[in-house]
Structures are given as C-alpha cells and as structure tokens.
Design a protein around this ligand. Structure first.
Ligand code: ZN
Length: 125
C-alpha cells in the first residue's frame, strides 16, 4: 500500500486526489507516495464525540510535506489524517505509518467487504 498524493500534468499536487486538478482543471495523471517521507504538523485537533467505529478520542492532524527541489509546481502538499497517539504538537515532525484498520468495519453503516479499512496514521519521529 502507499499513501498517495495526486499530481496533474502541470505539477500541482493534492491530497486527496480529484478527478480534475482544483488548481488548473487538468486531469491528475500521476501519484506521489508520501509514505517514507517526513512531514510537519501544521495544526491538529482531538475529537471526543466520534461516529460509531471511530476511536475516541480521535486525534487528527494536518501535515505538510515539503516538495521543494522536486520537479513539481507546488512546493508542498498538505494531508489530513489520524495521529497514532494523543501527544502531538504543532511543528512536530511525523511520518505516515500503516494501520490495518482506521475504523472498526463492524461498526460502520457500510457492508465491511464493500471498502478498504486500512490506511495511514501519522507518528512522531
Ligand atoms: Zn493542476
């Protein structure tokens, strides 16, 4: 599995991906794997009233990955996701780490087999 941002032909990068680039309208034709990269926490929040199957408290961060020096138009991309622990501060360096279940498949409103439940969380480094 990979933690993919999406890239249009003009080098704009978004997470998550879109059918058409929100910046220029071109199709996003490539992906950029953010796993294995280190990002910086821009801001975070902790939700204590979560939907069924979502851990509580659920700490979520917006993380910025620097793309400077790469052959892209954007200098960075930001991604939102769960943090592995409750201990997080703005400015922390984090890496995406794989999680088998971001939510409990049995507690959702969808048939468990109908979608993927794994993904990435952010862990301080
Ligand atoms: Zn674009």
């Amino acid at each position: 599995m990979s933690f993919d941002a999406h890239v249009c032909e003009n080098g704009h990068v978004t997470y998550p991906g879109h059918t058409l680039c929100p910046e220029c309208g071109a199709k996003q034709t490539e992906t950029l794997d953010l796993s294995g990269r280190t990002g910086e926490v821009v801001t975070w929040t902790k939700s204590t009233a979560t939907p069924p199957g979502v851990r509580a408290p659920n700490t979520i961060a917006i993380v910025q990955f620097d793309l400077g020096g790469e052959d892209l138009t954007d200098d960075y991309v930001r991604a939102v996701g769960q943090v592995t622990t409750e201990a997080v501060e703005t400015g922390d360096a984090v890496e995406p780490v794989y999680a088998e279940e971001l939510r409990d498949p049995e507690a959702g409103i969808k048939v468990p087999e109908s979608q993927e439940w794994d993904g990435y969380r952010f862990e301080s480094v």
